[in-house]
Ligand binder design. Structure first.
Ligand SMILES: [Cu+2]
Length: 250
């Protein structure tokens, strides 16, 4: 999923240069790193890894099978974003793939319809509400996400279709592996709020962390999804789906 994301961030740092002919000079340096995995920082900016493990528990203490759809992210510093990132969400077999997508602010997401029938992608999530209208096989419609937050994405034709797009204002986020283990690389030292989000847990886990220069390991967070109940969302007009929602065959 993250491999489909083409994005970058720029850190600007102005530092004094040695005086030359009595005039102070300043030069601006920047470091760009891409979220696709190629990471490069200004050598003067120390950064380290933040790692840990997420557990999502279902009823009777059963461990959730889809931990890798959780999102771990750090809130705090906001670097200056560069480039215009793009990401893709495929619509295939009446499902959004990926179902959970994390993108930096400014990302244009392409919703590609691979099904041989129409879909209508929309969201009522403020401040990123949108409606791409009805479009058919082979067509792609796009939406640019400029505000941080969680965007719940649905289809106005198929009530069971849903996706989640988390829009973040910094690059320090990741999704755990199937075992819940995660690592966020290249985190500059400082104070952050660690968030752990999962679609079936109503209250996002948040807590303050202090990242030292050497990084932070062994973080452990357990989310309780045992109280989750599936509820049919409304259509784009805020009404029930005419097809009867849950009765539609999938
Ligand atoms: Cu649809």
């Amino acid at each position: 999923m993250r491999g489909a994301l083409d994005s970058g961030w720029v850190f600007w740092q102005t530092e004094p240069m040695p005086h030359r002919k009595g005039r102070p000079h300043r030069r601006t340096r920047c470091a760009v790193f891409a979220l696709a995995g190629v990471l490069a920082f200004h050598p003067g900016v120390a950064a380290a890894q933040v790692s840990g493990r997420v557990t999502v528990l279902e009823v009777r203490g059963r461990v959730a099978a889809d931990i890798s759809t959780a999102v771990v992210y750090l809130e705090g510093r906001v670097p200056r974003a560069a480039a215009l990132p793009r990401a893709q969400v495929a619509i295939d077999g009446r499902q959004f793939r990926p179902r959970v997508l994390v993108v930096p602010t400014g990302t244009t997401v392409q919703f590609q319809n691979h099904d041989p029938f129409n879909h209508n992608v929309f969201s009522l999530s403020e401040p990123s509400a949108f409606d791409l209208g009805l479009y058919g096989r082979g067509e792609t419609r796009t939406r640019r996400f400029t505000r941080t937050g969680l965007v719940r994405v649905y289809c106005n034709v198929h009530p069971r279709m849903s996706a989640f797009i988390l829009v973040r204002d910094n690059p320090w986020y990741t999704q755990p592996g199937p075992d819940g283990v995660y690592a966020i690389p290249e985190v500059p030292p400082g104070r952050y709020v660690l968030h752990v989000w999962h679609e079936r847990v109503a209250a996002e886990t948040t807590r303050e962390i202090e990242v030292p220069a050497g990084g932070l390991a062994g973080l452990a967070d357990t989310l309780d999804a045992s109280g989750y109940r599936w509820i049919q969302h409304a259509n784009k007009y805020g009404k029930d789906y005419e097809s009867g929602g849950a009765r539609e065959r999938y």
